[in-house]
Design a protein around this ligand. Structure first.
Ligand code: SAM
Length: 266
């Protein structure tokens, strides 16, 4: 299999055919949430730039097809995961039940659900529910030998003990740049519009990669998008493998991984 490489195609097929079984210590997966709807947006929002509801073909499934798709790619992840490996899956309340049920059904154990609070979440337009302001990352393991770098992740907790020491990190994260990655980190076209609708924050990937891998380990992302996982893995001196089926997103990821090459290790 190729390291520090983006495979083009369907992730289930590629994991089965190209990736060595039981070889990957850490997988981060940011799959379609099956959330796409109308192209509702809030162009004049003043608290963090325009909001656009995700409206993508790759994010649109019939419910039973979504269950089938979910079982296939999580099974493929299990197939390539090292016996001591970890699988982190991002989701919202719309898909968390399906993700957890499927992963447990195929024999993975749920270690934590990390909740992140999006202080710049999309405003409540209908006013018929509590305002959605969280996303989740579910952490699954294959056996009891998982990696957890307890001390390395303490620095993500802004609170300190009375004598100034870092405190243990809880499964609740308060990231101000979410849900829309903003500023220089956001990959935009010439018109200023984001080029990928669901680019994940680098800080989230830093936390996951530091927590559940060691230097030189391979981090695989089956839904690579703009390559956030590869970019952060390289910065943290890990190897990476990306899988993405959309050629335009692959181009973005390639540029991103090349442009900032002062961060080395490829
Ligand atoms: C939620 S986005 C991931 C965004 C990424 N985390 C980032 O920071 O840019 C999901 C990505 O998976 C891709 N995708 C959807 N279905 C796929 C499949 N079956 N195999 C590989 N990639 C797929 C989509 O094109 C999309 O870019």
């Amino acid at each position: 299999m190729k390291i520090n490489h983006i495979y083009k195609g369907d992730c289930t097929t590629i994991m089965k055919n190209e990736i060595e079984p039981q070889s990957i210590p850490l997988i981060f997966a940011d799959p379609p949430y099956n959330l796409s709807g109308t192209s509702l947006n809030l162009a004049n929002n003043t608290t963090g730039g325009a909001f656009y509801k995700v409206n993508e073909k790759w994010d649109t499934f019939d419910y039973n097809d979504y269950l089938d798709f979910t079982e296939k790619w999580i099974s493929a992840c299990k197939h390539v995961l090292h016996p001591g490996g970890s699988l982190y899956v991002s989701c919202t309340q719309h898909s968390v039940a399906e993700i957890i049920f499927t992963a447990k059904k195929i024999g993975l154990k749920l270690n934590n659900i990390i909740t992140w609070y999006k202080v710049n979440a999309m405003p409540n337009i209908t006013k018929r529910t509590f305002t959605h302001s969280t996303e989740f990352v579910c952490w699954f393991v294959k056996s009891k030998n998982w990696i957890f770098n307890y001390d390395a992740v303490k620095r993500f907790n802004p609170n300190k003990t009375k004598d100034g020491q870092n405190k243990q990190l809880r499964d609740f994260l308060d990231f101000i740049e979410l849900p829309i990655v903003q500023g220089k980190e956001r990959i935009r076209g010439e018109c200023g519009r984001a080029l990928h609708p669901t680019q994940k924050p680098e800080k989230l990937l830093e936390l996951i990669i530091l927590a559940s891998s060691d230097e030189n380990d391979i981090v695989l992302d089956p839904f690579f998008g703009t390559g956030t996982t590869g970019y952060v893995a390289r910065k943290l001196k890990r190897k990476w493998i990306g899988i993405e089926k959309n050629a335009e997103y692959i181009e973005l990821a390639k540029q991103r991984l090349k442009v900032k090459k002062e961060l080395v290790n490829v």
